[in-house]
Structure formats: structure tokens, C-alpha cells
Design a protein around this ligand. Structure first.
Ligand SMILES: Cc1cc2nc3c(=O)[nH]c(=O)nc-3n(C[C@H](O)[C@H](O)[C@H](O)COP(=O)(O)OP(=O)(O)OC[C@H]3O[C@@H](n4cnc5c(N)ncnc54)[C@H](O)[C@@H]3O)c2cc1C
Length: 370
């Protein structure tokens, strides 16, 4: 397919990463974006680069992507900071789950270690007293996702890709029609995040709202991306709404406080005061010093959530020359680079470093037939 026309619809971090990879492979890329590059879910995210271990396929994709992120570690605008991830166990029951987590991470080749309560407070002295211990994943990092999306789109453009401001209205035979009536011809990759069903209604997608708050500068208060072990339950559970303690030291000394989750297909961006209060109270429970800081800004965003929580990456079943990369929920900053590489491998018909079948959108057809 190298040399062919590829139309990438959506320039969030996923579409921008795919445009970058495709242009590197020699495709004639047109990147279509209706808003701002990196302005969707990508702009709302925390930017924590993290390996989640509760689904083997997601673990493989996040680990693979973390390796690819190393190539961008020195990019100034990425604000890459290798602060590590500190998972906190509030009580003995959570502590008891750590050996199994460690086994999964270490088996995947990720360095991680258990920390007892003494070590926990050495790592993060401002944590509330009485916590049981935790687990440190020292090489994980945080980045500023929207700036990386812009960088990836710029890389693609420097190789001849075209960035077209406009909205894709519908897929046509052999291309796409934009809202202004323009028809673009070529292979199509739909990377429109939560808006996926507008173009591909057979691929279910839900919007999962999240709140975040950022504080005034307070260098030295927090050193690691620090989150409760229950975060994975919040992220992968199907509860209508949940909150989890999840805080991040920004390179500026500010502290980014998350996180909440609730399904909201209306995509109303308004801040919900009860949800914000619930989220902040959770963080004060784990780190009481946060209560004394001023929040400078509070915002919401929407995580594109597929039917089974895994992203759709691959050819759209039953359609010629239409591909999809969407539905990365709360891991899309982490996994954008791996996603783009998996697609590039499929387009170039070469084997990938990890198994891409768990992300094949055709799994839905199999589910429907069962
Ligand atoms: C509160 C919150 C915290 C998060 N924290 C993290 C984190 O710490 N770590 C992590 O890895 N991930 C995190 N995420 C998840 C991450 O932000 C998303 O998974 C990721 O940004 C999805 O990227 P995307 O490119 O698929 O979607 P988007 O960034 O939404 O991009 C889709 C783009 O498509 C465009 N578009 C839509 N329809 C059309 C159309 N018809 N024509 C043209 N353009 C169109 C939109 O304008 C948009 O720019 C978080 C998300 C939220 C909301």
C-alpha cells in the first residue's frame, strides 16, 4: 500500500500518530480535523504513560507503546517526565493483591517492586498516615499529550502530508465526503474517538466523562504519579460512576488531581460539582495536604470507550479500504504510538511485535454471531 492515498480522519493523538507512521511508510496522507489538532479527549487527559496489567492484551499494547515513547523523551514540548508510578494499597487486602500484579508486570518485562509502608512514606511523605504499602513502577512517565499530537502531525506534514481543516460527513465508496461537499479518494482510517459512530455506526462507542483539577505550583509536595490500587477497578469496571485517587506532579510544580468516570453520551462538558467534590474528597483522604491548595482550573473530558474496553485497531469488517483506530478509553495517550505501529505493520503486510488480533474490530462480528 506504500505510495497510496491514505485519509486519516481525526487528529487526536491516535490519528496524529497514525498519520506520522503512515507518512514514514511512504503513504500520501491527508489528515482531516474538524477542530484543533489534539483538541479532543487528548487535550483533556492526564498524560500518564502507564502499563495496565488487568487485561493481557492491554498490558502488551501499553508495554509496547511505553518502549516507543522513549523516542520522544527528549522532545521539549512533550514535557516528558519519568516520575514513575506509585500504586498505593490502603489496607492489607489490597496489599495482598500486589504479588500477582508484580508477577504480571515482571513477566511482561516491566520493572516493578513492592514497597512496604516505611518505603511508601519515604517515597511520598505527604500521604495520609495508616496506609499499608504499595508498588513502584519506576520507569513510567507523564507527558503533555496535545503538544505531542501537534508534533506528530507536524512530522507527517514535513514528509508531505496535508492537514485539512474540515469535518468528514460520511464515508463513500473509495473515500470520504466532507461537510463542504469535497470528496477525498483513498484508503480511509477513522480515528475520531467518541465521534466514531457518526461515520461507523456498527462500532459501538460510549463517552466516559472524567473530571480533572490542577492546583497552584507547589514543588516538592509530590514526586510520583501516585494512585490507589482501586484505580484499575474504577477504570475497567462498568459502574455508572466512580472516582479514584490519582495525582500527578507536573514539571511546573503544579499537581494534577483526578479522576472520575461516568458514562455520559450527551457529552455535556459542564463540571458537576457533586462529582468534583466526590473526586477531591477521595484525594484528600489519601493526601490531606491537597486540601490546603488552590485549584487553578477544573475541566472535563470524554474517554472514547469501546464495547469491551479494548480499542478497535484494524480493518473495518465488511468495508473495503476502511480502517479504524479508536476506543482507547483512559489509555489512549499511552497506547497511541503502539496503535499506529500495529496499523503500519498491517498496511505493510509485515508481522508486528505484539499480537494485534485482540484489537481487531472483527471481534464484534464474532460476538454478534455467538
Ligand atoms: C479526564 C481524562 C484523563 C485521561 N488520562 C489519561 C492518561 O493519564 N493516560 C492515558 O494514556 N490516557 C488518558 N486519557 C485517555 C486519552 O485522552 C484518550 O484515550 C485519547 O486522547 C484518545 O485519543 P483519540 O485521538 O482517539 O481521540 P481524540 O483526542 O478525541 O481525537 C479525535 C479527533 O477527531 C476529531 N473528529 C471527530 N469527528 C470528526 C469528523 N467527522 N471529521 C473530522 N474530525 C473529526 C475531533 O475533533 C478530535 O480532534 C484520559 C482521558 C480523559 C478524558
Amino acid at each position: 500500500m506504500s505510495g497510496d492515498a491514505l485519509i486519516v480522519i481525526g487528529a487526536g493523538i491516535v490519528g496524529a500518530a497514525c498519520a506520522e507512521r503512515a507518512s514514514a511508510e511512504g503513504f500520501a496522507v491527508t489528515l482531516v480535523e474538524s477542530g484543533t489538532v489534539g483538541g479532543g479527549a487528548t487535550a483533556a487527559a492526564m498524560g500518564h504513560l502507564v502499563a495496565m496489567d488487568d487485561d493481557p492484551a492491554e498490558l502488551a499494547l501499553s508495554h509496547y507503546s511505553l518502549d516507543l515513547w522513549n523516542a520522544l523523551a527528549d522532545l521539549p514540548q512533550a514535557q516528558f517526565s519519568r516520575c514513575g508510578t506509585l500504586w498505593v494499597a490502603a489496607e492489607e487486602r489490597e496489599l495482598a493483591g500486589i504479588p500477582a500484579k508484580l508477577d504480571r508486570l515482571v513477566a511482561a518485562g516491566i520493572q516493578a517492586e513492592a514497597v512496604d509502608a516505611t518505603a511508601l512514606y519515604q517515597l511520598e511523605p505527604m500521604l495520609a498516615p495508616g496506609l499499608a504499602g504499595g508498588m513502584l513502577v519506576p520507569h513510567e512517565a507523564v507527558v503533555y499529550g496535545p503538544a505531542v499530537a501537534m508534533h506528530l502531525a507536524d512530522c507527517a506534514q514535513s514528509r508531505g502530508a496535508r492537514l485539512l481543516r474540515g469535518r468528514a460527513r460520511r464515508l463513500t465508496r473509495g473515500g470520504v465526503e466532507l461537510e463542504d461537499g469535497q470528496i477525498l479518494r483513498g484508503t480511509v482510517l477513522v480515528a475520531t474517538g467518541c465521534a466514531l459512530p457518526e461515520l461507523l455506526p456498527d462500532l459501538p462507542m460510549r463517552a466516559r466523562k472524567g473530571h480533572l483539577a490542577i492546583t497552584q505550583r507547589h514543588p516538592g509536595l509530590l514526586h510520583h504519579q501516585t494512585l490507589e490500587l482501586g484505580y484499575a477497578d474504577s477504570a475497567h469496571g462498568s459502574d455508572a460512576s466512580s472516582v479514584a485517587f490519582n495525582v500527578q506532579p507536573r514539571p511546573t510544580g503544579q499537581i494534577l488531581i483526578g479522576s472520575s468516570r461516568e458514562f455520559d453520551d450527551t457529552m455535556d462538558p459542564a463540571v458537576s460539582m457533586p462529582m468534583l467534590r466526590r473526586m477531591l474528597e477521595r484525594s484528600f483522604r489519601y493526601m490531606p495536604a491537597l486540601r490546603g491548595l488552590d485549584a487553578l482550573r477544573v475541566w472535563t473530558g470524554f474517554r472514547p470507550t469501546s464495547i469491551d474496553g479494548r480499542p478497535y485497531i484494524g480493518r473495518v469488517p465488511g468495508m473495503d479500504d476502511v480502517w479504524v483506530a479508536a476506543g482507547h478509553e483512559g489509555l489512549g495517550i499511552t497506547t497511541a504510538l503502539g496503535t499506529a505501529q500495529l496499523l503500519a505493520d498491517q498496511w505493510m503486510q509485515r508481522p508486528s511485535a505484539i499480537d494485534s488480533t485482540p484489537f481487531d474490530p472483527a471481534r464484534l462480528a464474532a460476538t454478534a454471531a455467538a
